[in-house]
Design a protein. Structure first.
Length: 194
């Protein structure tokens, strides 16, 4: 019983374990980015198949309503896209990477133009972010189709590493607060955007 209350009063150890686990998984994802890309496409495909099956069943359960054909069409579309992703994950990754390249390019251009024309407080950071997005879009497009094999896995790995690092930092803050007998220091919320 004392062990349970110690774990409840001392959550930082679990946060630390979670953070280290995510850091390790992120490093593995960076090392095996092609395999992670393919696995993520298969997972997306399975999710689309399940969504399509649910929507198709729901469409037939409510076939008397006016939205029957729209529900049925959406369900069939999800099923087809899901099956294509499951059976051709590499092609799905190539298409998604090309779409992301266009997204980064266009989004970065809009952010850069907005920063230059509006000149809001700290607009230089928005301009730098926009330029980085434009460069990323250009690089992805120039390296396509090879970039489609590793980019999604790379993004997943980087996200896991930063997520894990956040949990490790939270664990250390809780440990310090537990050691000193105080709660984790709370900061006043600040406005992030102008």
């Amino acid at each position: 019983m004392a062990h349970t209350s110690e774990a409840e009063n001392n959550p930082w150890k679990w946060f630390l374990v979670l953070g280290i686990g995510l850091l390790l998984l992120g490093m593995v994802a960076l090392w095996a980015s092609v395999a992670v890309t393919v696995a993520s496409m298969v997972l997306f495909g399975v999710l689309f198949v399940v969504s399509g099956m649910i929507q198709t069943v729901q469409a037939f359960q409510t076939r008397q309503s006016r939205g029957f054909f729209l529900h049925l069409l959406a369900g069939i579309l999800d099923l087809v896209v899901g099956l294509l992703l499951v059976t051709h994950p590499t092609a799905g990754a190539l298409g998604l990477t090309l779409l992301l390249a266009a997204f980064f390019l266009v989004g970065g251009l809009f952010r850069s133009i907005a920063a230059l024309s509006l000149r809001f407080p700290n607009w230089g950071w928005a301009l730098v972010g926009g330029i980085v997005s434009v460069l990323l879009g250009i690089l992805l497009g120039m390296e396509w189709p090879e970039s489609g094999l590793w980019f999604i896995g790379l993004c997943i790995g980087i996200d896991m590493i930063f997520h894990g690092w956040g949990w490790v930092m939270l664990a250390l803050a809780y440990r310090e607060g537990h050691r000193t007998g105080s709660s984790v220091p709370q900061r006043e919320p600040r406005a992030v955007f102008p």
